[in-house]
Write a protein that binds this ligand. Structure first.
Ligand code: PLP
Length: 447
């Protein structure tokens, strides 16, 4: 397929069939996307609004697996890559699907990239992007503090299946990152904008400079901080997402996205060499429709996640707990985050409390859920309710004790994804009540 500029495909065939040319042209003019804004909310609002087949304010869902052609030669031309989704020609929904493409345009706008494509999960987005960018025998440099599944993919799965090896480094040490990159062999520098679970903030401009000097592609997982941080606006090349988290917001859908250049996204759809086309982590168009209805209020949700996370972490600190939150002035990366975040979206919705031991961490979570009714003991994040888990024994359990120590994951680290349900004061009183009870029982360590 040619170099499709995926964000700016023309009006859908159905819209063209159902409206006069003049009306279609007027709507098209109304909906020209603007790619030049630095505010993710403004960029999302500038994506052309797709109307439904009957003029509905919501787009229609295109659930079809396959698509008809009027002439047999069109089929040949589609398979030869002479025509594609930019001219409204679709082949098969494991390749481009119109509804998934519409959601992908929103993701591209969110991340300020030329293109994007959505996948069935965050892990499939990460693995497809890495397999597209790195060949057998080549090398990745990755942050030692990444989500446990990603760590296992890089540490165990890719070396075994593909002879792709990874050197893990502390990305706060830029010189170590530079040393780990082997010119010619290292293809990707991989890290999370704010790391899971330690909340280390990546110096994206500096890391991108170091990588680009040696021709290395920078891939950033921005799952923790959509709207808050815009990695490609800071120098990164590719952004991957677990949409299952904040972007979805409902804890009811597993999904992912790869956001990057049109040439990368098109290469992932190549009939002979494309990781999305050939490995098939396809998103269902009905899911794509649901998610596209949630992205317009992502900014509002992120502001409130961040607002509550800052309020609770500030107050918890005053109660004497060891709180980790990059929005707090004493966090080692506070100034860095202040200098790179999109100010109106705050510092993100995740905080950690280090309880020292797993036993105390478990007590804290149990009190918060069963005594204070403050949140739920559950992995994942980005939900409207608060979710909490002890990372070392759950979402980072793939790491060995030594790897956890290197990543800075204490056995008593409780990760909390702060929800926005109820009022701030109502939720604070539940949180405070549980902590005070815990302290009375002698379980809460002091800062
Ligand atoms: C930072 C991060 N990236 C990627 C993933 C994987 O995403 P998914 O569960 O959607 O496959 C997760 C969590 O599961 C995560 O926390």
């Amino acid at each position: 397929m040619g170099d499709t500029l995926l964000i700016t495909t023309p009006a859908t065939a159905t819209a063209k069939r159902n409206r006069s040319d003049e009306e279609t042209e007027t709507k098209k003019k109304l909906m020209q996307p603007s790619l030049h804004t630095s505010d993710p909310a403004a960029a999302i609002a500038s994506v052309r609004h797709e109307f439904g087949e009957h003029g509905g304010v919501n787009m229609s869902i295109e659930p079809s697996v396959t698509f008809t052609v009027m002439e047999p030669d069109t089929m040949r031309r589609m398979f030869a890559g002479e025509v594609g989704p930019d001219q409204d020609f679709y082949v098969y929904s494991r390749h481009f699907n119109p509804t998934v493409l519409n959601l992908s345009r929103l993701m591209a706008a969110l991340e300020g990239t030329e293109a994007a494509y959505c996948t069935a999960s965050g892990m499939s987005a990460i693995s497809a992007a890495l397999l597209q960018l790195v060949n057998t025998g080549e090398h990745v440099v990755a942050s030692s503090s990444v989500y446990g599944g990603t760590h296992a993919l890089l540490n165990h799965f890719l070396p075994r299946t593909s002879n792709i090896t990874t050197t893990f480094v502390n990305i706060s040490d830029i010189e170590k990152v530079n040393e780990a990159i082997v010119e010619g062999k290292t293809k990707v520098l991989y890290f999370e904008s704010v790391s899971n679970p330690t909340l280390t903030v990546a110096n994206i401009p500096e890391l991108s400079r170091v990588a680009h000097r040696k021709g290395v592609t920078v891939v950033v997982d921005n799952t923790f901080t959509p709207m808050v941080i815009s990695p490609t606006r800071l120098g990164a090349d590719v952004v991957v997402h677990s949409i299952s988290k904040f972007v979805s917001g409902g804890a009811d859908i597993i999904a992912g996205a790869v956001c990057g250049s049109a040439s990368l996204v098109n290469s992932m759809m190549d009939l002979h060499q494309g990781a999305i086309m050939l490995l098939g982590p396809t998103m269902n168009p009905k899911i794509a429709f649901e998610l596209s209805e949630r992205i317009p209020h992502l900014g509002i949700r992120m502001k409130e996640h961040s607002n509550r996370a800052l309020a609770f972490s500030t107050r918890l600190k005053k109660l004497g707990l060891k709180v980790i939150y990059p929005g707090l002035e004493d966090h080692p990366n506070h100034e860095l985050l202040k200098s790179i975040h999109n100010k109106e979206y705050g510092y993100g919705g995740i905080i950690c409390i280090d309880m020292g031991t797993e036993e105390r961490a478990n007590k804290l979570m149990s009190y918060l859920q069963n005594y204070g009714q403050f949140g739920f003991m559950a992995v994942s994040l980005g939900y409207y309710e608060t979710l909490m888990s002890c990372s070392g024994s759950s979402t980072s359990s793939e790491l060995s004790s030594k790897e956890k120590a290197l990543a800075g994951i204490s056995p008593g680290l409780v990760r909390m994804s702060i929800g926005y349900i109820g009022t701030l004061e109502q939720k604070w009183s539940q949180l405070e009540k549980a902590i005070i009870r815990l302290q009375e029982c002698g379980f809460a360590n002091k800062n």
